[in-house]
Design a binder for this molecule. Sequence first.
Ligand code: HDE
Length: 703
Amino acid sequence: MASKTHETRKTIVLEDQKYQRGAGGETHQTASGDTPTLTTQVGTPVADDQNSLRSGQRGPTLVEDQHFREKIFHFDHERIPERVVHARGFGAHGYFEAYESLSDLTKADIFQRPGEKTELFVRFSTVAGNKGSADLARDVRGFAVKFYTKQGNWDLIGNNIPVFFIQDAIKFPDLIHAAKPEPDRDFPQAQTAHDNFWDFITLTPESVNMALWIMSDRTIPRSFRFMEGFGVHTFRMINEAGKSSFVKFHWKPKQGLQSVAWNEAVKLNGADPDFHRRDLWSAIKMGDFPEWELGLQVFDDKFAEEFEFDVLDATKIIPEEQVPVRIVGRMVLDRCVDNFFAETEQVAFQTGNIVPGIDFTNDPLLQGRNFSYLDTQLSRLGSTNFNHLPVNAPRCPFHHFQQDGHMAFHNPKGRANYEPNSWGEDGGPRENPATGFSSHPENLEGAKGRHRSETFADHYSQARQFYLSQTEVEQGHIADAFIFELSKVDRLAIRERMVAHLLNVDKDLAGRVGKGLRLKAMPKPADAARPTLTDLKPSPKLSIIANGPVSFKGRKMGVLLSDGVDIDLVKALEAALTKEGAMIEFVAPEIGGVEASDGTWIEAQQKIDGGPSVLYDAVAILVSEAGAKKLAKMPPARDFAADAFAHCKFIAYAAAARPLLEKAGIWADLDDGCRELGKKTDAAGVVEMCRALRFWEREKALR
Ligand code: HDE
């Protein structure tokens, strides 16, 4: 029998959805046909999800309303603690494909058979900001990969920078406290540009190499797809015969390296705080699957002994020119998550998750991490059973006697829950000396103590090498970044201390930063435990510009349109970009779109106010004369052109765009990075021009 409420419902059809209005005007959509019935957690069908159970029309809510109580109770507990570092991240599924057998180096199953694919999950992240912070914060990016191998999960938890701030894990809480918002005021969010951070850095000389890296464009990547990844520490690979080799892991993006300009990053954070996650999501959804190649730097004890620095010191790299990177496979990301919380938020990486054939070294940072990652999962996921969650569970069979605890999904069957036992075949799993993990039998001895090895004492030489390995443009960006960050530091003594360190790195850099800060006098160079080596050869592999994309594939052009635009030009440009494998987005004064010269309607993806040129790798301004005049009066349209120019982007334009380009203040300065799109056949040339990263010559002219 229909209830009173139902009798008062009035049926309405909106588009293809049938719904009813209740007595108070609320919307009721009723299950029918294939639409399932809404239930409570325990499966009780729900009749009304719009109104709580009340005593009387306008009376109090009743405690017996189990559906309401369960719904609110569950909602109240939806959040779990965010990660203490790397809180903001974005994940995707994919696979690893081995190119060759590495049985000479390792018995790790994943590296045995060429062409074999292994499922994996990746989570990219920023470090300092909270879960809701913006994607383009100047920050290191996490690059964590979980391989679901046939011999258990192997987590390679790296960053997009191959060195780290500190040498010993005991300093990690201090480093992170200093980088996070200051504790009394809880700001600045997701920024290192504040006193506490630079206070700590300048009192911690071992962080100077990393300071150079984070002031480079590496910390403002164009997107996750265009950045490298590094295992950072030296690991071991162990082959079947028990032979150990040292190894450093590298991920090389097939898309090439690409970063944005700092001014662009600042604007991107406002225009689209989700820029990086949106980019990865869209690329995968469009079928343009990003790829990275896995590379190894393999070396032996002899090299480790002869190398200028300690291979256990995570503040140092081994230049690729000294130990070349051997490419051994590729990672393809081909599937977005179905549910962000279940997968990206609940994925639990652990440096301790290694497999037979891979082993740790005594890098004190790595050793410390091995404690931390297991511990943090309990705090975040609330149960020792976090490995039961689908994203964390191995894909290979697993058997053990661990049992019970909160939320146990897999419970052992049968009588035996211990071993050794005498239950024969029903006795459960047994250890396996032949295939089981065993640690490399490294000889260890030494006095117990809180040590810092003398071999860790050179803090400046590789910082200098990094700086000298950059192109002139990139060196300029590093100096600008130091000036920007230190200008946000209130205490003069901290600014001076940083310049004192830079004097040990490169006098020219220190001079530029000192001048940019307008120091009245240069400080003395900082006391150095070891003098800076000045004869290390520059390593061109450390430059982003020298290792940029070679095509416009996978990159995006923003095309500003107006009514009356020449349809042939739009079509020709679109065709040329599609042929290149690039993306195109139309920006117009209104989201509805524009009417082209021949009456064709072109739908826009962005209204100009929400589609600034910072969202794009290159831009085109295809407008009619009347359209250009109209746009010239709109500040966002003027910014579109002016910013694209200031950020050294390639610009294609119709001749009719002149009034807009004049108002944007760039008409007189148009250079070889700006090209008129006069006729259809010019489109291919425009795309070809965009293959380079940016038109850097302009930056020199603008400086
Ligand atoms: Fe981490 N780090 N870390 N870290 N780290 C965490 O683990 C820690 C370090 C890195 O997407 C935490 O599950 C210590 C280096 C990534 O879920 C925590 C030390 C590198 C991620 C932790 C380091 C990293 C983390 C927080 C000093 C690059 C995100 C949440 C020894 C090689 C993984 C969690 C993801 C996350 C501790 C240093 C990379 C607290 C103690 C060096 C990519 O356990």
